[in-house]
Design a binder for this molecule. Sequence first.
Ligand code: SAM
Length: 281
Amino acid sequence: MIASISKTNEILNKYNLRAKKGFGQNFIIESGVVAKIASSSFSDEAVIEIGPGIGALTEQLALISKKVISFEIDENLIPVLDEVLKEYKNVEIVNKDFLEINLKEVVDKLLLEYKKVSICANLPYYITTPILFKIFESNASVDYITVMVQKEVADRFKAKCNSSDYNALSVITQYLYDVSLVMVVSASVFNPKPNVDSAVIQFKRKNVDENFDREKFFKFVKMCFKQRRKTLYNNLKDSISKEIINKVLLENGLKESVRAQEISLNTFIKLFENFKGYEVF
Ligand code: SAM
């Protein structure tokens, strides 16, 4: 089992390696944690992993999946991964920056051979949001994304209206996915230990209406949250006429003083459809 403090130190010493801060390297040293992440991730067919590190989570995925493709940016880790995972013939390690790959192409190719593709990772925290948005915007057919992120980032992704963490990112993400918390993870299960607690969250793809203009909807949501402390009315009034804003708010039973944080995803969708009816977008 790779995920233990003794095995991690043994591997790092053998290859004369140190965890690189610049690549967000914090290795999991608790086998129970990696096993739980893998078993929650719906990875029984093909799974894509981002940042295998020294292979702690990769090993668990290899035990339950038909195929594991892991993208690792750090070339120094490639010989280590090749060695520690050599008995797992279903693992393919690719030395590439995940942000540079054509994800849809990778997923489509896997789908020729496997019934489904999931994504599972302990993400490098310095690029959590770019990685997730790359996946969300890729149009790749991935039903489950299970990732370890900083706890405060997980809180924002899963926040509901009227909570202080709720923002445009929460609304956009929850339009596309059902977001759920798998578990909160203490900083002490990592080596080196990060300064913050972490959480594993899961994004389950929703069946969204393909004819809905999601790009415009996302722009509209961002506009509504432009200045958090301002009312919705004030955030919209530079782009939409005051009369139309007032009419739409009234049609939806909302006061002029309402703020974006108080509006649910479903109400955002209704507001957007109503504004579209007035041809403001
Ligand atoms: N999966 C391992 C574990 O759980 O112990 C390591 C996780 S560590 C938090 C993040 C990993 O992502 C590191 O191995 C790091 O080198 C790698 N990484 C960082 N940026 C990356 C990128 N742009 N593309 C692919 N891998 C990246």
